[in-house]
Write a protein that binds this ligand. Structure first.
Ligand SMILES: Cc1cc2nc3c(=O)[nH]c(=O)nc-3n(C[C@H](O)[C@H](O)[C@H](O)COP(=O)(O)O)c2cc1C
Length: 57
């Protein structure tokens, strides 16, 4: 079953390196798990939409 999750969360670590690390990990892990989505960041808050199989999401 395809599901989509949309959520907002406050960043614990707002350094550029921490945000780059999330993007790097997402780009490595998500395609192999059939996951797509977007990650937006601003003002210490993330907004992420993530879509894929129920268990993978
Ligand atoms: C807002 C946010 C979005 C994330 N999205 C993904 C993702 O799409 N794919 C993924 O593999 N990991 C994702 N992660 C996980 C991070 O890459 C990392 O593994 C996680 O924050 C663990 O950090 P820790 O080492 O402090 O426990 C996300 C983390 C955060 C905070």
């Amino acid at each position: 079953m395809l599901v989509r999750l949309l959520y907002a969360s406050r960043a614990v670590d707002t350094s550029p390196a921490a945000i780059e690390a999330i993007l790097t990990q997402s780009r490595q892990h998500n395609p192999g798990s059939g996951i797509t989505g977007i990650l937006c960041y601003g003002g210490g808050v993330f907004l992420q939409a993530i879509e894929g199989g129920r268990s993978a999401v």
